[in-house]
Write a protein that binds this ligand. Structure first.
Ligand SMILES: C[S@@+](CC[C@H](N)C(=O)[O-])C[C@H]1O[C@@H](n2cnc3c(N)ncnc32)[C@H](O)[C@@H]1O
Length: 206
């Protein structure tokens, strides 16, 4: 998987990637609903070279953690940000389905994942994803997950995906996580094609 994603980011201009967004408007709208301080830890899981991190910096979040299985993706993001802005972000290369570092984080206020969970196909990978999330997201913390919806694409970047609805995410997260907002959204790819997503925001309340 690491090789696959490194190849993708090495061979493709970021702005032409199917999942690219000039501005991650929906995620920013959902983030704005989270009652957190700008200094609270926000974790972007499978950040890729997404503009979400640029926007967090612009909005003066000061405790940003970007993780991805692909160092190539994170390097592209660092290059775009430039040395000064990149130094304000904590960078972690890790596999979220088999984490060595992310699982050691604590008190995460916001877990943000756009278009990553749906690439995990094996039961144990999905279990590890959710057990890591439950270990590191603080009580009262938020979980923002955007995945291909049930009527969405069955493949992305040449890989099979698992499609989700808000009930499936609720079930995986368990009773402690309360669904604040489910949103259906059609993402228009740079090619003009449409990819239906389900966006969800949960809050943990033990
Ligand atoms: C479709 S891209 C989405 C990137 C970004 N979240 C966005 O919205 O632009 C999927 C990202 O997940 C990363 N990824 C895939 N499998 C992963 C895994 N097991 N652990 C961590 N990152 C993974 C890929 O390297 C890629 O950057």
């Amino acid at each position: 998987m690491k090789e696959h994603w490194n190849d993708v980011y090495e061979s493709t201009e970021v702005k032409t990637l199917g999942w690219y967004e000039d501005k991650p408007t929906l995620c920013l709208q959902l983030l704005a609903k989270c009652d957190i301080e700008k200094s609270d830890p926000v974790l972007d899981v499978g950040a890729g070279a997404s503009t979400f991190i640029d926007c967090l910096l612009d909005e003066e979040y000061t405790n940003i953690i970007a993780t991805d299985i692909s160092e190539m993706a994170l390097n592209k993001l660092k290059e775009r940000l430039g040395v000064r802005k990149a130094s304000e972000v904590k960078w972690i290369v890790d596999d979220i389905a088999k984490p060595a570092y992310v699982c050691k984080l604590e008190n995460i206020a916001v877990w943000h994942d756009r278009a990553v969970l749906h690439f995990l196909l094996e039961k144990d990978q999905i279990q590890t994803y959710f057990s890591t999330l439950k270990k590191i997201v603080r009580n009262d913390g938020y979980v923002l997950i955007a995945a291909f919806s049930l009527k969405g694409a069955k493949k992305c970047s040449g890989l099979d995906v698992k499609n989700y609805d808000s009930n499936m995410l609720t079930e995986n997260l368990g009773e402690e996580f309360h669904l604040i907002e489910p949103l259906n959204h059609d993402h228009r790819m740079p090619s003009g094609d449409i990819r239906p997503y389900i966006y969800t925001l949960f809050q943990r309340q033990r």
